[in-house]
Design a protein around this ligand. Structure first.
Ligand SMILES: NC(=O)c1ccc[n+]([C@@H]2O[C@H](COP(=O)([O-])OP(=O)(O)OC[C@H]3O[C@@H](n4cnc5c(N)ncnc54)[C@H](O)[C@@H]3O)[C@@H](O)[C@H]2O)c1
Length: 392
């Protein structure tokens, strides 16, 4: 089903009515251009609670919801292992879907959903809300236009803290229950933003270790990355870091662009330091009076970051869902499409492949024949992975 051109209200539904579902419901409501027609959860009382607060009728499954309602867009906010199957069901019914991160658990699953999307009247988008704050929108635009100079060196850090008790639920800490460790479940936000800003990556050399937490996979991973542009980056993902930090720093030929936050940024969390040569050169040969006036002007010229400031939009579900609703109502493709997130899933796949096999992995290696194409652990036995992730 395609959204009627000129329609001013989008009919939406939410499947999976746990923690994050409220953020979806609030974000839809904040657009003022949606009607929540249904909610669904295998625990129907959770669907009922969400519907009572935000509207729509509750159902016990997506199948029941699709039989009774005609949503234009369905948020899939269930645990990751069910995203692929639910997306296929909704797309096959010609509905659009918004998949929570991580969109799926393997490249094979992503390609399967993409095939169904190709013959559906609906489209598949993915929640990566950090692409949608004003800081990242400006950074993406200025880097793409070359205004900030050629990217050279980058650092991407997700240093978060999850206590041992976080892994108490039986499904946590397991490949089957979570699909992967902090690389997939937590670091994926910064990784996606890094790749969104720097473009296609070429190769990865990675290490993953299990230092402290009771998990089958890593609690820390690190990667050295080479981009097709020639830029290089280091990436670290940790669940052992008490002072939490999410950081992306990009040194370009023109300056250093940096964002420091934890779970969401606003404009004040972004800085740009122009390369000193440009600032100094702008004042050379001028008398002190002129220098003062000229340097004010040249500071703006040398600092395109400050010059590009506009309305401050924090990076959250409201920001992305606002863009998505506008796009669907206008009949435009949404930028954070499933296809646009494939490089991120390729990156996560390659990080695990490199860390488990101890080899460099190129993006071009990840064909359907690759051992890790269908499973992020590559089908290695649990004891083999534990051994690969030992540091002592
Ligand atoms: N974008 C973000 O910043 C962000 C933050 C937190 C969580 N998430 C993602 O959101 C998703 C959900 O996380 P959560 O913390 O809300 O989990 P949760 O466990 O609190 O909620 C998931 C809900 O889905 C229901 N469910 C499970 N299988 C279902 C099915 N087949 N059909 C219908 N309902 C089903 C469960 O009963 C549960 O109520 C995950 O993919 C997670 O990674 C994203």
């Amino acid at each position: 089903m395609t959204v009627d051109r000129g329609a001013d209200v989008l009919k939406v539904a939410i499947v999976g009515c746990g923690n994050i579902s409220r953020r979806h419901a609030e974000a839809y409501a904040s657009t003022g251009r949606t009607e929540l027609v249904g909610t669904a959860d295998i625990h129907e009382e959770k669907a009922r609670t969400l519907a009572e607060r935000f509207g729509g009728r509750p159902y016990g499954s997506l199948t029941e919801l699709l039989a009774a309602e005609e949503p234009d867009l369905i948020s899939i906010a269930t645990p990751p292992e069910s995203h692929g199957e639910l997306a296929v069901e909704a797309l096959a019914a010609d509905r659009s879907v918004l998949l929570e991160k991580p969109p799926v658990l393997s490249l094979e699953e992503l390609d399967h959903v993409a095939k169904v999307e190709a013959i559906s009247a609906g489209s598949a988008s993915v929640v990566f809300q950090h692409r949608h704050g004003s800081g990242a929108m400006r950074a993406h635009d200025l880097l793409a236009r070359g205004v900030l100079g050629r990217p050279l060196v980058a650092v991407c850090e997700t240093l978060w803290f999850r206590p041992v008790s976080y892994f108490d639920p039986e499904w946590r800490g397991t490949w089957i229950g979570e699909g992967g460790g902090p690389t997939l479940g937590h670091g994926i936000h910064q990784i996606d933003l890094l790749l969104h800003l720097l473009g296609p990556w070429k190769s990865i050399d990675a290490t993953a270790v299990r230092l402290d937490r009771p998990v089958e996979f890593e609690d820390v991973s690190m990667a050295s990355v080479v981009f097709e542009s020639g830029a290089v980056a280091t990436v670290i993902n940790s669940l052992l870091s008490p002072r939490e930090l999410s950081r992306i720093r990009i040194d370009t030929a023109g300056g250093t662009l940096e964002v420091n936050h934890v779970y969401g940024y606003s404009d004040k969390d972004w800085t740009f330091h122009p390369a000193p040569d440009a600032a100094k050169a702008a004042t050379l040969g001028l008398d002190p009076g002129v220098r003062k006036a000229e340097s004010a002007g040249s500071a703006a010229a040398a600092d395109p970051w400050s010059a590009s400031a506009g309305a401050d939009v924090p990076s959250n579900h409201e920001a992305q869902i606002g863009h998505l609703v506008d796009d669907l109502l206008a009949g435009r493709p949404h930028g954070t499409s499933l296809a646009s997130t494939r490089p991120t899933m390729e990156f996560v796949t390659a990080l695990y492949a490199s860390a488990i096999t101890g080899t460099r992995v190129r993006r071009t290696d990840l064909t359907p024949e690759h051992r890790f194409y269908g499973m992020l652990h590559g089908g290695f036995r649990k004891d083999e992975i534990v051994e690969a992730f030992r540091t002592t």
